[in-house]
Design a protein around this ligand. Structure first.
Ligand code: GCB
Length: 602
């Protein structure tokens, strides 16, 4: 978020937490959570657009929507008569001319506002990739940077009775100082990619809450509820009808109510993903959520779920519906991917490499799939460029804020494949500490791929490891890195020996249906070559100490413009176990059989 947003939030009167000590003050000016449980009016649907490849809309001030006044006037832009796009949705796949577009699109939507008395009004965006500047009735109300997290503006004092106009300048250009930076191996879908809502609340409302089990406990909830408005001291209740629980407390003058209660919870597990209806009440507001309770921790070299060792049968996914070859945004998109995840025998997904739509996380949780949530601090990000560490930090806060009540989320991942340097180490150690301060109940990690062979020994060391709960390694043995010796003879030499390890990526490319060519050559792009990688990897996994989970790269083929082989790739990364048409490759069956042999006993 830029300073502009900060200023606009102050103008618009959104609560700015004022250095309060307390668990939530560090979340900053965050968007409302659990939006679907609020009084929403959806602004989804068709938005009119102007495509602006040269940036002319900025100096022409498109947001003013000027109209000719005199006979001699003309205006060289107009939303009327132009194309429209669906929101939510990426713009690249909705108009042929936008297929590879990286630039500005102006979006416009009108809504009829009927004053509702003494209420507050918020304009909430689920996500816009990558930069959004938002105008209401011709005036800027703020901007947001970052393509995968929600943001909002309070607009009650800015709307007028009758028709109001929202214009959003959306720009998905890659930035050297962006997060992610210039290069990344996924498709840069731009647009208003998630839901837009108007949310009405009472003057004083429940803006936020954290309701999860206390670290190391199976029955004690330790959290807080945050109220927003005036006269903040109110009675606050948490009710869980199924458990006959009715906990009463009171918020302090700052609006913060600490909560602490115990109950005999049926704990959430992948096999029994029990969720409870939880009613959060103040004197003036009620929010209903569906929350599960489970304990997750690292003990020595093990990951414990509800106190028992768990093996993470993981898989990576991108936020893309391969069948539509477009950014996934709907619940049915999420369910398509999750159905494949379940069929594969997985109990966990790694949401690569950025926070996915909330509906993905909620659906996974319901289905008993644990979730790895990650921010897009990726490979070549410029840690030393001005502003980058602040952006990372804010994205981490926005992710944690949105997903902190989802028991399915067990890992906060703060980066993927960055190389050690003084600026990188400082930035990642910092963000790790900040994340732990916000939420110490989950496992915090960063994904590393800096392994060095010496004969058949893989040496692994990174300054970061001491700061992480979990050692997360990407390795492409058999693909980018040839095996040296037999897979069963590889020795992993980790400088840190008492922490759990997960392999967060491995795999190789194959075109579904390509069963020709020499089976021992990577450049055959054959299913058999990919299948052999999986067989070899599984042999190696069997020899690794402290291995607590594996995440193949990845569930389904996905679009990535840098994958340019004209026969086998055609703009698709082919490391999927499932093709873009939903067909299972040979390696899928190998993974499935492997996962079927691993039994968790909690
Ligand atoms: C990686 C990255 C992932 C890539 C993958 C690949 O190491 O973490 O984002 O897409 O390799 O396919 O090369």
């Amino acid at each position: 978020m830029k300073n502009k947003l900060f200023e606009s939030l102050v103008i618009a009167g959104v609560l700015i937490y004022s250095g309060l000590s307390g668990p939530d003050s560090a979340f900053g000016q965050s968007a409302m959570i659990n939006v679907s449980a609020r009084h929403c009016t959806s602004l989804d649907g068709e938005w009119q657009i102007i495509i602006d490849p040269t940036g002319a809309g900025d100096w022409r001030k498109v947001w003013q929507e000027r109209k000719p006044e005199k006979k001699t006037d003309f205006i060289e832009y107009s939303f009327e008569g132009g194309p429209a796009l669906n929101v939510p949705g990426d713009f690249n796949t909705q108009l042929q001319e936008l297929k590879y577009y990286e630039g500005t699109i102006w979006y416009k939507k009108t809504f009829n506002y009927i004053p509702t008395g003494n209420k507050r009004l918020f304009l909430h965006f689920g996500a816009v990739n990558y930069m959004a500047s938002v105008y209401l009735n011709g005036n800027i109300i703020g901007s947001h940077e970052g393509g995968f997290t929600p943001f909002q503006f309070e607009i009650g004092n800015l709307v007028k009775p009758g028709i109001n106009t929202i214009i959003v300048r959306v720009n998905n250009q890659r930035l050297k100082d962006g997060v992610p930076g210039l290069g990344y191996d996924w498709f840069n879908y731009g647009g208003i990619t998630r839901d837009v809502n108007l949310i009405v609340s009472d003057r004083l409302f429940i803006s936020d809450y954290f309701i999860q089990l206390k670290k190391h406990s199976f029955n004690e909830v330790l959290g807080w509820v945050r109220l927003n408005g005036n006269s903040l001291s109110q009675n606050v209740r948490i009710k869980i009808p199924e458990l006959n629980l009715d906990y009463k407390t009171r918020s302090d003058v700052s609006g913060l109510a600490e909560i602490k209660f115990s109950s005999d919870f049926k704990l959430w597990t992948p096999e029994n993903p029990k969720l409870y209806k939880v009613i959060i009440q103040s004197e003036t507001d009620t929010v209903i959520d569906t929350i599960g309770f489970r304990s997750i921790e690292v003990k020595g070299p093990k990951i414990l779920l509800n106190g028992k060792p768990v093996f993470l049968k993981g898989i990576n996914i991108h936020e893309e519906n391969p069948l539509r070859a477009a950014r996934a945004y709907s619940e049915s998109d999420a369910l398509l991917l999750l159905k494949w995840v379940k069929e594969t025998g997985c109990n966990m997904i790694r949401l690569a490499h950025y926070p996915h739509n909330e509906n993905m996380i909620k659906s996974a949780e319901k289905l008993g799939i644990m979730v790895w949530d990650e921010i897009p601090v990726y490979q070549q990000i410029e840690f030393s460029a001005p502003g980058v560490t602040d952006k990372m930090d804010l994205m981490m806060r926005e992710m944690v804020n949105r997903d902190k009540n989802r028991c399915g989320v067990i890992v906060w991942s703060l980066s993927n494949e960055t190389n050690s340097s003084p600026s990188r180490d400082k930035a990642l150690i910092n963000i790790t500490d900040n994340c732990r301060y916000l939420d110490s109940t989950r496992i915090i990690t960063s994904v590393i791929n800096d392994e060095h062979y010496s004969n058949n020994i893989l040496n692994v060391w990174d300054t970061l490891y001491r700061h992480l709960d979990l050692i997360s390694l990407n390795e492409y043995l058999g693909w980018y890195v040839p095996w040296q010796g037999q897979p069963g003879d590889i020795k992993w030499n980790l400088a840190i020996k008492d922490k759990p390890i997960v392999i967060t990526e491995f795999g190789g490319e194959a075109l579904y249906g390509n069963n020709s060519g020499p089976k021992d050559e990577a450049s055959s792009w054959s299913e058999e070559y990919q299948e052999q990688i999986y067989k070899d990897q599984i042999v190696m996994f069997g020899t690794m100490n402290n291995l607590c989970g594996v995440f193949p790269w990845l569930l389904a083929d996905y679009r990535s413009s840098g994958r340019m082989h004209p026969v086998y790739q055609k703009g698709w990364n082919r490391k999927g176990l499932i093709s873009e048409h939903g067909e299972k490759k040979k390696a899928w069956y190998i993974l499935k059989a492997y996962y079927d042999t691993i039994k968790n006993t909690y």
